[in-house]
Design a protein around this ligand. Structure first.
Ligand code: GLP
Length: 231
């Protein structure tokens, strides 16, 4: 894995933007993360698309995860977040946006999302954030290397930190993430430094799901100084 240490959040977002933009040309299927970390990156992609310098019209997108159960219109859903920060600002076709439908039964939602992924995946270009406990997507500690799209229970820590309205989620598994052609992981702030240290220098273990990325052949960590402070 390659590590790029940036001065601050803005610098991290700009560097990630340039890497994403460059990789976009050869990528058809995109994987998006939510959370506060990629907000500025999504803003930059929105502006770039508005000015006609990039286009998403021939892309398909998958999101990493969604709370469960949650209504699509709930402002705290990840579906709502993606609309706000990216989808409504870019020229991607509505029918090309794939998201877990958390209004269905868990079983149906997982089946439909897995079917959509099977016919259009794997992901060419995946954006990732990282949780304080080393989670990626909602693959909490304990998630195995072979885990796939599924319904999961969130840890008490994640529910508290995310102010989550649901205690479950549907997430891409470690396997789908690892099958991505290229991965850009973003992290900002001192509170992510321990998770970054363990992901980069710790053993490869399901206790720190992000540590599996050490085995990915095209993964870059774009992180600010504070997140890199324990490396
Ligand atoms: C959530 C999401 C993750 C995200 C993480 C970090 O738990 N499921 O995909 O990477 O939060 O969020 P933030 O960027 O807000 O720190």
């Amino acid at each position: 894995m390659k590590i790029i240490v940036c001065d601050n959040y803005k610098d991290m977002s700009e560097k990630a933007f340039l890497i994403f933009k460059d990789a976009l040309r050869d990528s058809r299927s995109l994987g998006f993360a939510t959370g506060k970390t990629p907000v500025m990156l999504y803003g930059m992609l929105s502006s770039e698309c508005a000015s006609g310098r990039i286009s998403f019209s021939d892309k398909v997108s998958f999101n990493l995860d969604e709370y469960y159960p949650i209504s699509r219109s709930d402002p705290s859903s990840y579906g709502h977040y993606m609309e706000e920060h990216l989808f409504r600002n870019i020229d991607i076709g509505r029918e090309s946006i794939f998201f877990p439908n958390s209004e269905l039964s868990g079983e149906n939602s997982v089946r439909l999302y897995a079917d959509a992924y099977r016919s259009r995946g794997p992901i060419d270009l995946q954006v990732l954030g990282i949780g304080h406990n080393g989670h990626i997507g909602f693959n909490e500690p304990g998630s195995g290397r072979d885990s796939t799209i599924r319904l999961v229970s969130l840890s008490g820590d994640t529910i508290r930190r995310n102010n989550a309205r649901a205690n479950m989620a549907i997430t891409m598994g470690i396997r789908e993430i690892m099958d991505s052609g290229r991965i850009i992981l973003l992290a900002s702030g001192e509170e992510k430094s321990e998770a970054i240290r363990l992901a980069v220098h710790g053993g490869i273990t399901s206790d720190v799901p992000a540590s599996f990325l050490q085995e990915h052949s095209n993964c870059v960590f774009v992180i600010d100084k504070a997140a890199a402070s324990k490396l």
